[in-house]
Design a protein around this ligand. Structure first.
Ligand code: F3S
Length: 426
C-alpha cells in the first residue's frame, strides 16, 4: 500500500505509541484488502464503551488503555491512549442506569459502561448511544469518507446520504479515530458503488412494514451485492428508509442500495448502473411478499404476547409521536410489556412533547442507548414478543430463545393492549 509522508510519520511513532499501533493496524488491514492507499476521514462511528465480559477482564487486568489497545488496536503493549484525532462517536452500547432493575441486564455492566464513558469522553469520544447517529447530529455529507460500524447505519449513510463507508469493525474504527485514516477500498471507490442487481416491486411498497419486508427480500436475494430497486414504490419516509436498509443488511449484507430519486448519486435508474446495461429485474410480487411474511413470523406459535418492542433501528420523533398517539388514554394488558427504543438525544424532545408521559401512563417504557438484541435483555419471563422490525424479528428469537411475531406498528400496539397477537398479511 502506498503511504503518505504523514502515514509514515505516524507509523514511526511521531505521534506516540498508540497512534503508531493504530497506523500499524491500518497498514496490515489495508494490505490484506489490497487497498492502494489510506484516505482521510473525519467521521468515525465505532464502539469503545460497549461492555462485555471480555472487556471487563481486560479492564481488570490493565485498565481502559489496556482494553482499548487489545480490542480496538490489536496491540498487546502497554500504551497511553491520547485524545481522538478526528470526530469519533460511540454507537449503541449497553443499557444505562435509567434502565436498571427493568431488565435482567447486569448492574455490573451498567457500572462498567459508566466508567468507560468517563474515560472515553475525556478523550473526545461523543457518546451518542444509538445505532442511528444520523438522527442525532452525525450527518455526513455526500461523498464524505467515513469509518462507521453498525450495518443499519452504514447502509443508510451510503444509500440515503451518499456518504462513503464500508462496514468497519471495532479495531479499524479504533485505529481510524486515532489517525484520521482508513483504507481506500470497497464503498470508498466510486467504480465500486454502481448497482449490480435490479429488483422490481410488483406489489405496492407503501408504509413501514412493507418497506421492511421488501428490504428483507432484497437482502436475502442479492446478499452482499448492490441492488437498485424500482417498481410500485410509494415515497418513503425516513423511518421507511431506516427499516428498508436495516432489513437488507439483516437478510443479506447490503451496504449500499440505489433508490432512484433518493440515493444522491442515483437521480435515475440509468445513473444507478453508471449508464451500463441493466440486468433483468428480479421480481418481488404477491408470492414473494407472502414468503417473506411467513419467514419473519416463522418463530411465532403462541398468540399470547408478553413483550412488544418498537424502535429498531432506534425510533425517529415521528415514530414515537405515532406510537404515543396510538396509546393515548389506553392501558397495556396485564402481564404485557412495551418498550420503545430511541436515541437518548431525542428522548428529551419526546419528554417535552408529552409522548413519553403518554407511553408510560399506558404502562410502556421509553428506553435509550441500547436494545434487547444488543444487550441480550428483555423483560424477565418473556416467552413471546412482537415487533414491527424485520431486524429484531430475525435476530431476537435466536439470541434470547423466544417466539416472535412481526407486523405493523399498529398490530404491535394492539398486541400490547390486548396481550394477543392478531396480525395478518392484509
Ligand atoms: Fe439498533 Fe438494536 Fe436494531 S442496535 S438497529 S435497535 S438491533
Amino acid at each position: 500500500m502506498r503511504l503518505s509522508d504523514e502515514d509514515k510519520r505516524m507509523r514511526d511513532g511521531g505521534d506516540g505509541d498508540a497512534v503508531a499501533a493504530a497506523m500499524d493496524l491500518l497498514i496490515r488491514y489495508g494490505d490484506a484488502l489490497e487497498a492502494e492507499y489510506l484516505v482521510d476521514t473525519r467521521n468515525v462511528a465505532g464502539t469503545m464503551t460497549q461492555p462485555s465480559p471480555a472487556k471487563a477482564a481486560l479492564v481488570a487486568e490493565g485498565g481502559w488503555a489496556h482494553a482499548y489497545a487489545v480490542m480496538n488496536l490489536d496491540c498487546d503493549r502497554d500504551i497511553e491512549i491520547p485524545a481522538m484525532r478526528v470526530p469519533t462517536c460511540q454507537l449503541q452500547h449497553g443499557f444505562a442506569a435509567d434502565a436498571e432493575g427493568l431488565t435482567a441486564y447486569p448492574a455490573d455492566s451498567i457500572r462498567l459502561q459508566e466508567d468507560a464513558e468517563s474515560y472515553f469522553t475525556e478523550r473526545g469520544v461523543r457518546v451518542l448511544g444509538t445505532c442511528t447517529p444520523y438522527q442525532v447530529g452525525n450527518i455526513p455529507v455526500r461523498d464524505e469518507h467515513c469509518a462507521w460500524m453498525e450495518s443499519s447505519a452504514v447502509v443508510y449513510a451510503n444509500s440515503v446520504l451518499g456518504a462513503r463507508t464500508n462496514c468497519e469493525g471495532a479495531a479499524s474504527t479504533g485505529a481510524a479515530s486515532l489517525t484520521g485514516r482508513i483504507p481506500y477500498w470497497g464503498n470508498h471507490v466510486p467504480e465500486n458503488r454502481y448497482a449490480t442487481h435490479l429488483v422490481r416491486a410488483d406489489v405496492d411498497i407503501d408504509g413501514f412494514r412493507e418497506w421492511g419486508m421488501f428490504g428483507y427480500y432484497v437482502g436475502e436475494t442479492v446478499q452482499e451485492a448492490r441492488p437498485a430497486v424500482t417498481g410500485r414504490l410509494a415515497p418513503p419516509s425516513d423511518a421507511d428508509l431506516k427499516h428498508f436498509g436495516a432489513a437488507t443488511a439483516t437478510a443479506g449484507g447490503v451496504e449500499l442500495y440505489h433508490l432512484p430519486g433518493v440515493t444522491p448519486e442515483s437521480p435515475t435508474l440509468d445513473a444507478a448502473f453508471g449508464g451500463r446495461a441493466r440486468p433483468e429485474p428480479i421480481r418481488y410480487g404477491t408470492a414473494e411478499r407472502a414468503t417473506v411474511y411467513d419467514a419473519l413470523n416463522a418463530q411465532g406459535e403462541s398468540t399470547d404476547v408478553d413483550f412488544v418492542l418498537l424502535g429498531c433501528p432506534h425510533a425517529s420523533l415521528a415514530q414515537v409521536s405515532e406510537i404515543a398517539g396510538m396509546l393515548e388514554g389506553a392501558r397495556l394488558a396485564d402481564g404485557t410489556q412495551l418498550w420503545v427504543m430511541l436515541p437518548r438525544a431525542l428522548a428529551e424532545t419526546s419528554l417535552r412533547a408529552g409522548w413519553t408521559r403518554t407511553i408510560t401512563r399506558a404502562g410502556g417504557r421509553v428506553l435509550t442507548d441500547s436494545c434487547p438484541a444488543m444487550s441480550r435483555a428483555a423483560p424477565p419471563g418473556t416467552r413471546v414478543f412482537a415487533t414491527d422490525s424485520a431486524k429484531q424479528a430475525h435476530y431476537l428469537p435466536a439470541i434470547l430463545g423466544i417466539e416472535a411475531w412481526f407486523g405493523t406498528t399498529r398490530e404491535c400496539v394492539d398486541a400490547a393492549l390486548t396481550g394477543r397477537w392478531r396480525g395478518t398479511l392484509a
